[in-house]
Design a protein around this ligand. Structure first.
Ligand code: UDP
Length: 328
């Protein structure tokens, strides 16, 4: 297929691009590089542009004869969304609807969308199934939920076919160490812990150890970024006009902050000092996927079943690129 990967210069998008190319698809990346990296995109594939630039976007969709779009171009930081919701509603809702309308104009109606566990808020029942009531607790989660609804409405009215893939905690890097996670500022647990191992930070601050979990630290479902990419490939093959599906992408296994730090110690051989800090606002104690729908609908299971394997791939990237893409 001819695919337009919106946000393909970002962390998850750039990994998906590699897998789509490996599978024989033709890829064009559309990205404004506000958060992504030019070096993360293979040569000759990047079109720089805004989602709100209808002419450029429609031009690319038509000229490249695009069959389907993958949308990875949303902002994804909870704290930022609380402090600057306008940024989130503009980019994650308004610009994303601009994308759908450009697709309508170009008569491209298949889309795979990166949604999130943040649409569930703080669910009481773990593991989280897709039928769990979606009650976001921050603007980030709301913007993703609003766009899921837009997709459902566009499917019903205009015949869009979509998959909204609700990611749990994306982690790791392409195993060959060529691309990986590079955020500024970095807020995610695994890269921060590995930056401590590299000597770039003095310690990791654990955001609370008084949660109602076995070791008191928060539990998340860490999923390798290539497993996410593989699920996108599978979803692409199953898109049907006028229909949509929302699917959790997680491993079904929970790992605590403390277990992640220990895994990083094992993998890197560094002591990795830790400091106990306050809880971070808006952190649910436990988020773990019921991944059975993904298995059933996508015939997909994650290949990385041990967080150590995930950390190993991330460590390779961080060692090769201590300053991220600026190291190239
Ligand atoms: N965390 C932490 N210290 C840090 C960064 C994260 O203790 O410096 C914790 C955070 O409170 C959460 C988990 O690690 O429980 C995963 O956080 P991350 O930001 O990576 O992902 P999130 O689950 O927020 O999407």
């Amino acid at each position: 297929m001819n695919l337009l990967i919106v946000g393909g210069a970002g962390y998850i998008g750039s990994h998906a691009v590699r897998l789509l190319l490996d599978a024989g698809h033709t890829v064009t990346v559309y990205d404004n590089l506000s958060r992504g990296h030019r070096q993360a995109v293979p040569d000759g594939m990047l079109v720089e542009g805004e989602l709100s630039d209808r002419n450029t976007l429609v031009g690319v969709l038509k000229e490249k004869n695009i069959d389907a779009v993958m949308h990875f171009a949303a902002f994804a930081l909870v704290n930022e969304s609380v402090n600057d919701p306008a940024l989130y509603y503009r980019n994650n809702v308004i610009a994303a609807v601009d994308l759908l309308d450009a697709m309508r104009e170009a008569n491209v109606k298949k889309i795979v969308f990166s949604s999130t566990t943040a649409t569930y808020g703080e669910p009481e029942v773990i593991p989280i199934a897709e039928t769990t009531l979606q009650q976001p607790i921050n603007p980030y989660g709301f913007t993703k939920l609003v766009f899921e609804q837009a997709l459902a409405d566009y499917a019903a009215a205009y015949g869009f076919g979509y998959a909204a893939l609700r990611y749990f905690n994306a982690a790791g890097a392409r195993p060959d160490g060529t691309i990986g996670e590079d955020h500024d500022p970095e807020t995610h647990l695994i890269p921060i812990v590995l930056q401590v191992a590299l000597g770039q930070r003095k310690h990791i601050t654990v955001f609370g150890d008084d949660y109602a979990t076995p070791d008191g630290t928060c539990i998340r479902d860490y999923i390798h970024v290539d497993d996410l990419g593989a699920a996108h490939l599978a979803a692409l093959e199953r898109l049907e006009s006028g229909k949509g599906i929302c699917v959790n992408l997680g491993t079904g296994r929970g790992t605590s902050v403390r277990e992640i730090i220990d895994a990083c110690r094992d993998v890197t051989g560094h002591a990795i000092p830790e400091v106990m800090g306050e809880r971070r606002a808006g952190d649910p104690p436990e988020l773990v996927a019921d991944a059975s729908l993904a298995k059933q609908w996508l015939d997909w299971t994650p290949k990385y079943t041990d967080v150590r394997q995930i950390v190993e791939t991330a460590w390779r990237w961080h060692q090769n690129h201590p300053n991220g893409y600026a190291s190239n």
